[in-house]
Ligand binder design. Structure first.
Ligand code: NAD
Ligand code: GLY
Length: 396
């Protein structure tokens, strides 16, 4: 039996909530919903997609019914292109048809797309009703489900319409990762490395050690070993969530004026170049986390060229990104188009790009783009993109 772990998210201005983590956690969803929702809650509406619901929906519906809830479910399309206002409107119509009241709740079962959309719909339905996150991708388990950012995309870009709406609880059933496609896992590992790189050497090392064992094929042959790996995975996800929870508690709304090493903005490490990679490939080549894999290398190359980061630290990061899995190639992309896309990053402030750089593993520093010479960015970009040819890391 895998030990269940609990991480608390402590927000200064709102109610705290718990993240429950472990293999089989979905089996506790009824108890967790009862413990975190209003005693008056009668109905729950599960939002998911067909792929995830076919795998895990019955377990969630059964658990919620056993806890006395009237349960309905609604399935959205699979993929980022469905994370838009039209889908949100359909979700809202479903909440109405399910007769959800102010004290009832939405349960998001799926990856970050489902979580962001269901969370957004819950944030605006009746001016905000409770919701629970049951994330089923690695990225959603360590990042998207924690911290209350909810959003939909518009034709102009990703996550441009949204709300901060914290869940009442997060239920992380780690065995759901067993059915996740390999590229989704790689993307999630890149985000885990990102959180380690800006979080602490300890978190980075814990993540790296887990990946080393994973790549060494330390898998399920002996049952006690499989059990140990499951426990290590739950411990790692708990450590990742603790880190994210701490950052969110200190800067819930990502204050644009903050540039310190504890601001929520540090979670954008690797994202400036990642957004550019995604934009120039029209969001077709990279999973977001894969682009972050390269983006972290760009930021670390800049840091090293500015004399902030030791070459050995840069090499540790490179090695860890290699452990995350194969990345699509990037060495064929048009450098000038990438530089243009970097200059128009939507996360810029007052027209200036803000880079999250590293002074060491676990020591982020936010630096204004105007302080970095274009030739440094160009050289860093070239060096990082070249990794795909030196690593033979291409996937199709
Ligand atoms: P996703 O939700 O598209 O899921 C990836 C794929 O895996 C989908 O096809 C999904 O159906 C499938 N899937 C999910 N769980 C599965 C399972 N257990 N087994 C088999 N297949 C499964 O992608 P994602 O990477 O989880 O999320 C990306 C989204 O998250 C983006 O929209 C991004 O903007 C958002 N995001 C939000 C935050 C936040 O703080 N709110 C943070 C990071 C990312
Ligand atoms: N994923 C970045 C954040 O939650 O702020």
């Amino acid at each position: 039996m895998t030990q269940m772990r609990r991480v608390s998210v402590r927000l200064p201005t709102r109610e705290n909530y718990e993240i429950e983590i472990g293999a089989g956690a979905l089996g506790h969803v009824g108890r967790i919903a009862r413990g975190s929702l209003s005693p008056a809650a009668r109905r729950t509406a599960v939002v998911s997609n067909a792929r995830v619901f076919n795998l895990y929906g019955a377990r969630v519906v059964r658990g919620l019914r056993a806890a006395g809830f009237n349960v309905s479910h609604w399935l959205m399309g699979d993929g980022e292109r469905h994370k838009n206002l039209r889908t949100a409107e359909r979700a809202l119509a479903f909440f109405s048809a399910s007769k959800l009241e102010r004290t009832d709740a939405v349960v998001a079962l799926g990856g970050g797309v489902v979580g962001d959309l269901a969370g957004f719909a819950a944030a605006v339905y009746l001016r905000g009703i409770a919701f629970l996150q049951a994330p089923t991708t690695l990225l959603a388990q360590i990042d998207a489900s924690v911290g209350g950012k909810t959003a939909v995309n518009t034709a102009d870009g990703k996550n441009l319409i949204g709300a901060f709406h914290q869940p009442r609880a997060v239920v992380i059933s780690t065995e759901t990762l067993l059915t996740l496609p390999p590229r989704e896992l790689t993307a999630g590992w890149c985000e885990a490395i990102k959180q380690g790189a800006v979080g602490s050497r300890r978190l980075f090392e814990q993540t790296r050690r887990f990946l080393v064992a994973e790549r060494a094929g330390e898998t399920a042959r002996a049952p006690e070993r499989a059990q140990r790996r499951a426990d290590e995975l739950a411990a790692l996800i708990a450590a990742q969530c603790s880190f994210k929870a701490k950052i969110v508690a200190g800067d819930e709304r990502e204050d644009a004026g903050r540039t310190d090493a504890h601001s929520r903005r540090i979670l954008n490490f690797g994202h400036t170049a990642a957004h550019a990679l995604e934009a120039v490939t029209r969001y077709r080549r990279f999973r977001h986390g894969e682009a972050v894999g390269y983006g972290m290398l760009v930021a670390a190359e800049i840091s090293q060229r500015l004399g902030m980061l030791d070459a050995s630290e840069l090499e540790s990061l490179r090695a860890c990104v290699r452990l995350a899995g194969r990345l699509p190639r990037a060495d064929d992309l048009d450098e000038r188009a990438l530089l243009r896309a970097i200059a128009s990053d939507k996360k810029s402030v007052g027209g200036h790009v803000r880079w999250v750089l590293l002074e060491g593993i676990g020591r982020p520093r936010i630096v204004g783009g105007q302080e970095i010479q274009p030739r440094v960015v160009r050289a860093a970009l070239r060096a990082a993109m070249a990794q795909s040819s030196t690593d033979k890391s291409e996937v199709n």
